[in-house]
Design a protein around this ligand. Structure first.
Ligand SMILES: [Fe+2]
Ligand SMILES: [Fe+2]
Length: 168
């Protein structure tokens, strides 16, 4: 059964949000590189790459359901963060926002009695729980570091936080 065009359009919009997440995290990478925090930059490089896989996952689903994928224009991400803490806080805020976006997609699927899409979105619902939890954990670590030196020391630990998550 084909999905409704209302659901398909909402998923198409979600592709934009996922690419915006990529765009935002990539901007964070460039700012972190400028600040000299190469390990944090690596963290957000991995984060950005994940967001691209999210966009592609949705695109593939739409194609499988017989819909065309239409990419949309992305807004400029901010780039005026002054500290690592500001960046990590912005990442957490962003993931909370994306969690709302995903919930909205689920609402659309439920309203359309679209079980296939609802099922498909479960992975994203779970993923958002992870994304928010990890961002919160990273933020509390960064908040414990009081000086730039301590943040540099922290860099040794943060990739461990990422490691058990695996590739996706
Ligand atoms: Fe995502
Ligand atoms: Fe994310």
């Amino acid at each position: 059964m084909m999905i409704s065009s209302k659901v398909a359009d909402r998923l198409n919009l979600q592709i934009k949000y996922e690419y915006y997440s990529y765009w935002l995290y990539q901007q964070m990478v460039f700012v972190l590189e400028t600040m000299g925090y190469t390990v944090f930059a690596k963290w957000f490089t991995a984060q950005a790459a994940e967001e691209q896989t999210h966009a592609l996952k949705i695109a593939k689903y739409l194609l499988d359901q017989g819909y065309e994928v239409k990419l949309m224009a992305l807004e400029e991400p901010p780039a005026n963060w002054k500290t690592v803490e500001e960046i990590v806080q912005a990442a957490l805020d962003h993931e909370i926002e994306v969690t709302k976006n995903i919930s909205e997609c689920v609402d659309y699927a439920i309203e359309a009695k679209d079980h296939a899409t609802n099922n498909f979105l479960k992975w994203f619902v779970d993923e958002q729980v992870e994304e928010v939890a990890t961002a919160k954990e990273l933020l509390s670590l960064v908040q414990m570091a009081k000086t730039p030196d301590q943040i540099l020391l922290l860099e040794n630990r943060i990739m461990e936080l990422r490691a058990p998550q695996g590739g996706e």
